[in-house]
Design a protein around this ligand. Structure first.
Ligand code: MG
Length: 258
């Protein structure tokens, strides 16, 4: 099932996305499917007639994972850490599909990072890896945009990863997905710059959720970013970055300066 959060220009709504590529439509549901079983309202709207919003705004937290692909760790000039490297991103960084990523004056080096994002569906703590499926609501795509100069200069990543608009999510949440070997492709102004597979994650989804839940109580709507494959690079104002993950879809955003 694909769960979208969207607007037709008035109130925001949630719905189930049905139909094949180019012919998708949305069946509106009552309330937020993260918190209640989706019940159709009877309203149906073409995907082309809505504006998709970030499929979830985490109420409590986004947990990012650094250097979870060996080739990316190498391109950043080091080895991957033995255990997952966890950082926090505020929910004010979240924007949706086609929303601009606004680069502030405090950074001159902004990079894209295409990533699989895990959406938590249940209140949980100390989840053993064999029970992770029970607490995952679904999966979406994230662009873990990063201010490299702030990342280097600050010595920790709160500003580098957490700037307003620096965490695009979307286009929707897919609730049933085998994430063991999904192709993940990032295009920068149409050119393929990242071409990886989730099979190359050092720590898989089950390991990441288990690890994060040892440190933090996870709440419905929390999001875990699973790290980016090799091929990160800097963007300039006006550039468009699209991230496509097999079984989910494509998330596209422009980077802009204002
Ligand atoms: Mg990242």
């Amino acid at each position: 099932m694909r769960i979208a959060r969207y607007t037709t220009g008035e109130d925001l709504a949630y719905g189930i996305v049905e139909g094949g590529p180019g012919e998708e439509f949305i069946l509106e549901v009552v309330g937020d499917p993260l918190y209640q079983t989706p019940q159709p309202t009877g309203q149906r709207v073409a995907l082309a007639d809505v504006r998709l919003l970030a499929p979830v705004i985490p109420r409590s937290k986004i947990l990012g994972i650094g250097k979870n692909y060996a080739e990316h760790a190498k391109e950043m000039g080091g080895e991957a850490p033995k255990d997952p490297l966890v950082f926090l991103v505020p929910n004010t960084a979240v924007v949706g599909p086609d929303d601009p990523v606004v680069m502030p004056e405090i950074t001159q080096e902004v990079s894209y990072e295409g990533e699989l994002a895990v959406v938590i569906g249940r209140f949980c703590k100390d989840v053993p890896r064999e029970r992770v499926d029970e607490v995952v609501y679904g999966y979406t795509i994230a662009n873990d945009a990063t201010a490299r100069d702030l990342q280097r200069g600050d010595g920790q990543w709160a500003r580098a990863k957490g700037l307003d608009t620096f965490c695009p999510l979307g286009p929707w949440i897919v609730t049933d997905l085998d994430t063991s070997d999904l192709s993940i492709v990032t295009r920068h102004n149409g050119k393929v710059v990242q071409d990886g597979t989730t099979a190359d994650m050092i720590h898989d989804v089950a390991a990441l959720v288990a690890h994060c839940s040892q440190a933090f109580t996870l709440l419905p709507g929390d999001v875990i970013l699973t790290g980016t494959p090799a091929g990160v690079g800097l963007v300039e104002s006006g550039d468009r970055v699209e991230i496509e993950i097999e079984g989910i879809g494509t998330l596209g955003n422009h980077f802009v300066r204002r």
